[in-house]
Design a protein around this ligand. Structure first.
Ligand code: UD1
Ligand code: MG
Length: 463
């Protein structure tokens, strides 16, 4: 039999004090709701059952729905117009989606708990199926239980009492409800309409389904961090730190060296090969692959890029949507903009900006350059201060340079332009006509030397 998962995501998340709805607020560049989607995907594989997911949407449902449609397959939504409580949110799912009642179990999760592991959800699932009870909630001992529903032990069984409704004595209890549950669907269907809102929030609490006279249990988990719920910015950055540290730990186990790991930010799908070294204050975002024995020096930002093995990215370089070959040296302070490709053994030095250009194997631009919309042939050398004039104010044009060329310092090539192989351009030239293989190009005014006349120009300060 199949399983339901209901993900509660209708609330405003007002304690975060941002315009973005909470399920779309990001932790390490990933929207919170995506963590829950991935958790359910992994859990479905682990328990080998199909999980049919329903998202309860309310506040800013359009943006959350648009996000889900672009990232997730096969889900349903239930619309909760007024947020009348977690019990009401679950009830409207059954009111709006007829087929939910046919599943054996229903998982209920929130869209703001990104640390929960599929192992724990699997343990919760085993405890409801093995113990034959009607419902199980995951509980943990909180260092600071403020804000959570307390697990209050009774003569037989327990109840969940919300913070606002608890007595001072009940508030001292540290075992709390995590907000993650599994119900027998038949139990939910039979009892969800009985919930009352006669409590201090006037809400229909899902937690009221846990009563001492019912066959329900609380499964206590050791690791309290896993159930951290994100309600404010402090909890958001706490979760971000924990997930970041976990990613770093996994890479360390794979032989990656981090120097001051607590300063490194891994905001995306980051793969790093054995023997690579990441210096302090490095930011790696979205899809980044760094192969083995690569060195990323301090203060680099790398987004959506691939760095192949044995390359060095020197300090404070910024690399976006680029591919760097093997044995390359880039930086310090290089700026590689989208669609830069460096083949193997290239060298890009300080204050060099490259955009939408390919450097064939062994080519170099070692100092102070702008190279845009260009192709640089094998083993060509671009001197200091070389510039491609690629933009005429309306359109971008291509510069093509053949192999083994030597382009002198302070040279501009006005695109569109093509240089053949083994071309030599004299320093200080502004070249606007293409040159064939083997040609020498010079385009600068002739020098005049006037002996003894320097004193006319050198002024000394009178004392
Ligand atoms: C809830 C639990 C509390 C538990 C805590 C764990 C209840 C009554 N209390 O409290 O026992 O310790 O989670 O974090 O369930 N939502 C809706 N519609 C609503 C109300 C809420 O979709 O009408 C969603 C919210 O968007 C959120 C989730 O349900 O994702 C939890 O709601 P929230 O108001 O944060 O409950 P807590 O006060 O944290
Ligand atoms: Mg909450």
């Amino acid at each position: 039999m199949e399983i339901n998962a209901i993900v509660l995501a209708a609330g405003k998340g007002s304690r975060l004090k941002v315009a973005t709805p909470k399920p779309l607020c990001t932790v390490l560049n990933k929207p919170l709701i995506d963590y829950t989607v991935e958790l359910l995907k992994e859990t479905s594989k682990k328990i080998d059952k199909k999980i049919n997911t329903t998202f309860v949407l309310g506040h800013d449902k359009e943006s959350i729905l648009a996000h889900l449609e672009s990232t997730t397959k096969n889900f349903a939504i239930a619309y909760q117009e007024e947020q009348l409580g977690t019990g009401h949110a679950v009830k409207i799912c059954f009111d709006q989606i007829e087929t939910l009642k046919d599943s054996e179990y229903t998982f209920v999760l929130c869209a703001d708990t990104p640390l929960i592991s599929s192992e724990s959800l699997n343990i919760l699932y085993s405890s409801i199926s093995e113990k034959g009870v009607d419902a199980v909630c995951a509980s943990f001992n909180a260092a600071n239980p403020t804000g959570y529903g307390r697990i209050i032990k009774m003569k037989t069984g327990f109840q969940i009492i919300e913070e606002k409704d608890a007595t001072n004595e009940q508030r001292t209890v540290r075992e709390v409800n995590s907000g993650v549950y599994i119900f027998k669907t038949s139990y939910l269907v039979n009892h969800i309409s009985d919930l009352k809102n006669n409590n201090s929030s006037n809400e229909f609490y899902l937690t009221d389904l846990f009563q001492e006279n019912q066959k329900v249990i609380a499964k206590l988990f050791e690791d309290s961090q896993e159930f951290l719920g994100i309600n404010d910015m402090a909890q958001l950055s706490e979760a971000e730190n924990l997930i970041n540290r976990k990613k770093i730990y996994d890479l360390q186990k794979n032989g990656v060296r981090f120097i001051l790991p607590e300063t490194v930010y891994l905001g995306g799908n980051i793969e790093i090969g054995t023997g690579s070294v990441i210096y302090p204050n490095v930011t790696l975002e979205e899809d980044v692959t760094i192969e083995s024995n690569v060195k990323i020096e301090a203060g680099c930002t790398i987004k959506n890029s691939k760095i192949k093995s044995n390359s060095i990215i020197k300090a404070s370089s910024y690399i976006e949507k680029s591919i760097i070959g093997e044995n390359c040296k880039v930086g310090p302070m290089a700026h590689l903009r989208p669609e830069t490709v460096l083949e193997n053994d290239c060298r890009v030095g300080n204050f060099v900006e490259i955009k939408k250009s390919t450097f064939k194997q062994g080519s170099k631009a070692s100092h102070l350059s702008y190279i845009g919309d260009a192709q640089i042939g094998e083993k060509s050398n671009l001197g200091c201060g070389f510039i491609t004039c690629n933009y005429d104010g309306a359109d971008k044009h291509k510069t093509i340079i053949g192999k083994n060329c030597f382009i002198g310092s302070d040279t501009q090539l006005i695109a569109p332009i093509t240089l053949g192989d083994e071309v030599y351009i004299a320093s200080g030239s502004t070249i606007n006509k293409s040159l064939p293989t083997g040609a020498f190009g010079i385009a600068r005014s002739r020098q005049q030397t006037k002996e003894g006349q320097a004193k006319k120009f050198i002024k000394t300060k009178e004392k």
